[in-house]
Design a protein around this ligand. Structure first.
Ligand code: RM4
Ligand code: MN
Ligand code: MN
Length: 388
């Protein structure tokens, strides 16, 4: 087990990126419930993300979704963020919400639609440069619903060609993250359904293209930590979209459904030293708070990632290696279970005090008066995201 001072040092450096879309109104296809005071535009989303960072100390950036977060002056938005102690994180193009994209975006059989989608992604590369973002994060809703609907291999070729154009347009220092998703909205095929497909495209593109693992994008029962370990071994894990799920892409609070899975993922990360900022793995949340309050939900999520990380840092590595080498199955497993069973909340409370924060960020949130303030300040208008 690493000495407590080392554990704390690692936790102090932790970096969890929150998504702008978590602060706006979201819902299911049945209903978007409007939350009083929900952020309506990119500036208000940045303000909410900055508050989450002020209270947790480990959420210093916010990811943007374009055009939900479209503004006239991106440098101005980046300055607004910097003034409140925040950076702009990954830029997420949106190539799924236009009528043109019924049959896909970059994989669409119609070259005019493909070029429209490509133009949007190239615009996002420019936005990334303007706001000083480290990454463009790509997710494609492309896929088909029926066997025979389109040519699977031709669609892969179209995808490869679009990715190549984006990659070649990326200035030095910018990274491409390529996210996969098993199904939805495509119910027969998705064009990037799994980490194998994502990895194959990334390998063809070059070193600055890496796989993004969204924890909600797998078949039930998938061993996600195995995927994480494999990608780490190949140096191709670009980052995470953390959330949790009971059934499909539920986008619920990370750590809510299966905290043990989150721990097992973080255990692979810590074992590979990939939790440190220099390792280049992005820890991002991708969640939608359809019925719960948004800002405290993000605070809780950041804390859940912190707790899983703290537990992973407490794994007695020497004892684990000794048990593994001796073929002592029960002891080896026991080492992991012991770390997972540790109550790390007192340790994190202490750490926060050392960082000049409240031990309990959720209680501190209640005292900010933020909820009451935004409810009166943000009256009228609608949220620039899923609608509502
Ligand atoms: C997708 C995927 C993307 C997110 C969109 C809104 O399912 O998770 O990361 O940007 O939803
Ligand atoms: Mn995602
Ligand atoms: Mn998703």
């Amino acid at each position: 087990m690493a000495p407590i001072a080392e554990v704390k040092q690692a936790l102090r450096q932790q970096w969890v990126e929150t998504p702008s879309w978590a602060y706006g109104n979201t819902g299911t296809r049945f209903k978007v419930f409007k939350a009083p005071g929900a952020a309506r535009d990119a500036y208000e989303k940045v303000d909410d993300a900055a508050l989450v960072h002020r209270l947790t100390g480990v959420a210093p950036s916010v990811a943007l979704h374009i055009p939900w977060d479209k503004v006239d002056d991106y440098a101005h938005l980046a300055k607004h963020a910097a003034d409140s102690g925040l950076r702009i994180g990954a830029i997420n193009p949106n190539v799924f919400q236009d009528d043109d994209y019924r049959l896909g975006s970059v994989c669409n059989p119609d070259p005019k639609v493909r070029s429209r989608a490509l133009d949007h992604m190239l615009e996002c590369v420019e936005i990334a440069a303007a706001v000083g973002s480290p990454a463009v994060s790509l997710w494609f809703a492309d896929g088909t619903n029926y066997p025979g609907q389109d040519d699977i291999r031709a669609r892969q070729d179209r995808l490869a060609s679009a990715l190549r154009s984006v990659y070649d347009a990326m200035p030095e220092g910018l990274e491409m993250l390529l996210e996969y998703k098993l199904f939805e909205p495509g119910f027969y095929t998705m064009d990037v359904p799994d980490w194998g497909t994502s990895l194959a495209h990334c390998l063809a593109l070059g070193e600055r293209a890496n796989v993004l693992v969204d924890t909600g994008h797998h078949a039930p029962g998938t061993n996600i930590e195995f995927i994480v370990a494999s990608l780490l071994r190949l140096g191709r894990l670009g980052g995470f979209h953390f959330n949790s799920r009971f059934y499909a892409d539920d986008d619920l609070l990370v750590g809510a459904a299966d905290p043990y899975q989150l721990f097992r993922i973080m255990n692979e990360i810590v074992a590979a030293g990939a939790h440190l900022p220099g390792a280049g793995v992005a820890f991002m949340l991708d969640q939608c708070h359809n019925i719960e309050e948004k800002v405290p939900a993000e605070i809780r999520s950041v804390m859940n990632v912190q707790e899983a990380t703290a537990k992973a840092l407490l794994v007695d590595h020497e004892a684990l290696v000794a048990a593994q080498s001796a073929g002592d199955v029960l002891t080896a497993n026991g080492v992991l279970v012991d770390a997972f069973s540790t109550d790390v909340r007192p340790l994190l409370g202490e750490l926060r005090e050392e960082m000049g924060l409240d031990r309990d960020p959720l209680a501190a949130y209640q005292r900010t008066g933020h909820r009451e303030r935004v409810r009166s300040e943000r009256a009228g208008g609608s949220s620039t995201s899923w609608g509502g």
